[in-house]
Design a protein around this ligand. Structure first.
Ligand SMILES: [Zn+2]
Length: 281
């Protein structure tokens, strides 16, 4: 995949190296700092308020975070793909008179707090509709390579594009409608609706690949196979085993995921991604 001449997104929020604090955003480190501040004659509440102003609720920075060369490459890739999705979806939304609201992408290590609850690295990358942010621990890419046999930059890019697909579903009201429908449905029906939502996110990831390739010829031979391999090997929302989403559901079969990704890739059209209206997946 060729991303060299792409820009990096301004919407990456780096929370790597931050540790989860206790309830209310005050951890042991903060309390120690406040006590030290008291020792030196400062008002401890100022210290606490100051820190809470800097870090997201419940997370504190534990000193500067140092990334290795491989992680730095992954960070740049994620940032460029995010920028690509901003251009892709910005244009698609504008074409129908809508405004694409760019989401933040949060990098974290070990654990993170989102509006959807706390999550760990084991949750895998995820999108939280509550705060409209994508969360990813870059070490997931090691797992993608070693455990799921899906190495390569296009597979990495696909993961981001799929999560952004969930953001698009949120902006279009699809996620909300589907959540309401699922609440009315039986277990098996609810599961089937979740599968359709996941397959649509795969199709939207295909739209990103279509659009980025049209504008900047990012695809190289073997890339599509690599992305399809990733699509079939992973479920982003392996987070269903974590704490963010308690619902257990599948993402559809490998063949279904590949088919919908390809539909988005070949057509570049939202109309071709109507997994909810499709009789056959
Ligand atoms: Zn998903």
């Amino acid at each position: 995949m060729r991303l060299d001449d792409g820009r990096e997104s301004q919407n990456v929020e780096d929370r790597r190296g931050m540790r989860m604090g206790r309830a209310g955003g005050i951890g042991i480190g903060t309390i120690v700092l406040a006590l030290v501040a008291v020792y030196f004659g400062a008002d401890p509440t100022e210290v606490l308020q100051g820190l809470q102003g800097q870090a997201p609720a419940g997370q504190q920075q534990q000193g500067p975070y140092e990334e290795g060369a491989q992680e730095a490459r992954a960070r740049v890739l994620v940032s460029k793909v995010l920028a690509d999705t901003e251009d892709t979806w910005g244009a698609i939304f504008a074409a129908s008179g809508r405004t694409y609201e760019q989401p933040k992408l949060v990098l974290f290590t070990d654990a993170v707090q989102s509006a959807c609850g706390s999550a760990t690295t084991a949750s895998g990358p995820f999108y939280c509709p509550g705060d409209r942010q994508v969360y990813i621990d870059l070490s997931f890419y090691d797992e993608l390579k070693n455990r799921f046999g899906a190495p390569g930059d296009f597979a990495q890019a696909y993961v981001v594009a799929h999560e952004i697909g969930h953001h698009v579903q949120t902006l279009l009201g699809i996620s909300e409608r589907n959540t309401a429908a699922r609440q009315q449905a039986s277990g098996a029906q609810a599961n089937a609706l979740s599968v359709r939502q996941e397959l649509q996110a795969d199709c939207y990831a295909g739209i990103w690949a279509h659009s980025a390739n049209e504008s900047r010829q990012i695809l190289e031979s073997g890339d599509v196979e690599e992305g399809l391999n990733a699509a079939s090997a992973i479920g982003d929302d392996r987070l269903t085993q974590g704490r963010v989403s308690p619902d257990a559901f599948t993402h559809g079969t490998s063949a279904q995921r590949v088919r919908w990704f390809k539909r988005g890739l070949d057509s570049g059209s939202l109309d071709q991604c109507d997994t909810f209206g499709a009789r056959d997946l």
